[in-house]
Design a protein around this ligand. Structure first.
Ligand code: PHE
Length: 358
C-alpha cells in the first residue's frame, strides 16, 4: 500500500527543488503523466469496493489537486525568475550620455524639409506624398499639359521604356503630381505640402538630375490670391527668420495654374552673403498660382464649388540660400567632410519658437 503522505511530501520537495521549466515538467510527468505515481493511485480506484472508494476517492483526488496546484505555483515563480534574468540581460542604459555615441549629421536638404514641415504644420498643413516613378497622366495630362503640349519639352523628362499598352512611366519632373493624387484621394478642404525628390535631365553648378521640391496645395471654398500671398509671405518670414520682408509677384505661366506668378523676395548680396528683407536685389523663390479649373475637374471635383492655390519651390536652392553653400553638386557627392561642415545634429530639431534655423 502506497504511503500517501510520504508520496505527497516527496512530490512537494521535488517541485520545490525544480530549478527550471524542464525540471518541473519532469516532476509533473512522474506524478501526473500516463505512468505517473498519482495517476497510478487514481487507476486503483476502479478495482475498489464502493465503501473503499468513498474514503480513498477524496484522498487520491485531493492529492492530485494539491500536486497540480503546487506545480502551477512553482511554474509561475520560475517564469517570473526567467523574465527577470532576460530583462537584466537586455537592459539598456538610457542614462549614457549621447555624446559618446558616434553620430552622423543630417543633410541640409533634410534639415530644410524639417523646417518647411514645421512652418507649414503650424499653419495647418499636412504632409502628403506621391511616388517618384509616376504615370504620364499624373505628371502631365491631369495638370493640363496634354500630349504634344510644348511645356513637356521644358521638363527634360526621364522616361521608362513603354509597356505593352504603349504607356511610358517617368521619373516625376516636379512634385505637382502630388496635387492630383491628393485631390483624388481626399475630400476638400485640403491643405498639404509635399516635399520630395524630383528628376530632370539637366546638370551644371545649379542643376542636378535629381533635386528636391516642395509642393503646396490648398483647396477650399472662396480661396483667393490674397490667401496665397499671405501664406507665402508668412512662410518666407519664418524660413529666413526676418520680421519684415518685401515680396513681389511677377506674372508667369504654368499650364496648371491660372493666373500664375513667380514670387520674388527683396534681398541684398554683400561679401558673398545673402541678406533677406533689405537691399535692392530680388531673389526668385518659387512658382505659384490659382489651381486651374481644368485641373480641379480632372480630379473629379466641381471647379465652380472648389478652388484654391498651389505653389512649387526648389528645396536645394532654399538650402543654398539659407546656409551658404555655393555648388549644388556637392550636395550629392556624399563627401563626409562636407557633411560634417554643413550637416546638422539630429538632436537639433527645428522649432518655430526657437526660430526654425536656430
Ligand atoms: N511645378 C512647377 C515647376 O516645377 C512649380 C509650380 C507648382 C508652379 C505649383 C505653380 C504651382 O516649375
Amino acid at each position: 500500500m502506497v504511503d500517501i503522505a510520504l508520496l505527497e511530501s516527496d512530490l512537494t520537495a521535488a517541485i520545490a527543488a525544480a530549478g527550471s521549466a524542464d525540471a518541473l515538467e519532469d516532476v509533473r510527468v512522474r506524478a501526473l503523466g500516463k505512468n505517473g505515481s498519482v495517476t497510478a493511485l487514481l487507476k486503483t480506484l476502479g478495482g475498489l469496493s464502493p465503501e473503499e472508494k468513498q474514503t480513498k476517492g477524496p484522498l487520491f483526488n485531493g492529492l492530485r489537486e494539491r500536486v497540480t496546484a503546487a506545480l502551477g505555483t512553482r511554474k509561475t515563480i520560475l517564469e517570473a525568475a526567467a523574465l527577470d534574468v532576460q530583462l537584466a540581460a537586455e537592459r539598456v542604459d538610457i542614462t549614457l550620455p549621447a555624446a559618446t555615441v558616434p553620430v552622423g549629421r543630417l543633410h541640409p536638404v533634410h534639415r530644410v524639409m524639417d523646417e518647411l514641415t514645421e512652418i507649414f504644420a503650424d499653419l495647418g498643413f499636412a504632409v502628403a506624398e506621391g511616388p517618384e516613378i509616376e504615370s504620364d497622366w499624373h505628371n502631365f495630362t491631369a495638370l493640363n499639359i496634354p500630349p504634344e503640349h510644348p511645356a513637356r519639352a521644358m521638363h527634360d523628362t526621364f522616361y521608362f521604356p513603354a509597356d505593352a499598352n504603349g504607356d511610358r512611366k517617368l521619373l516625376r519632373t516636379h512634385t505637382s503630381p502630388v496635387q492630383i493624387r491628393t485631390m483624388m484621394s481626399q475630400k476638400p478642404p485640403i491643405r498639404i505640402i509635399a516635399p520630395g525628390r524630383t528628376y530632370r535631365s539637366d546638370s551644371d553648378a545649379t542643376h542636378t538630375p535629381m533635386f528636391h521640391q516642395v509642393e503646396g496645395l490648398v483647396i477650399d471654398r472662396h480661396i483667393t490670391m490674397a490667401h496665397l500671398r499671405w501664406t507665402l509671405e508668412t512662410f518666407i518670414k519664418a524660413f529666413f527668420e526676418v520680421d519684415d520682408i518685401i515680396t513681389r509677384f511677377r506674372p508667369s505661366f504654368f499650364p496648371f495654374t491660372e493666373p500664375s506668378a513667380e514670387l520674388d523676395v527683396q534681398c541684398q548680396w554683400g561679401g558673398g552673403e545673402l541678406k533677406v528683407g533689405e537691399g535692392s536685389d530680388w531673389l526668385e523663390i518659387l512658382g505659384c498660382g490659382m489651381v486651374h479649373p481644368k485641373v480641379i475637374a480632372a480630379c473629379g471635383l466641381d471647379p465652380t464649388e472648389w478652388q484654391g492655390f498651389a505653389f512649387g519651390c526648389g528645396i536645394d536652392r532654399l538650402a543654398m540660400l539659407k546656409y551658404g553653400m555655393t555648388d549644388l553638386r556637392a550636395f550629392f557627392d556624399a563627401d563626409l567632410r562636407w557633411l560634417k561642415h554643413y550637416g546638422f545634429s539630429f538632436l537639433d530639431v527645428p522649432t518655430l519658437s526657437g526660430g526654425v534655423g536656430a
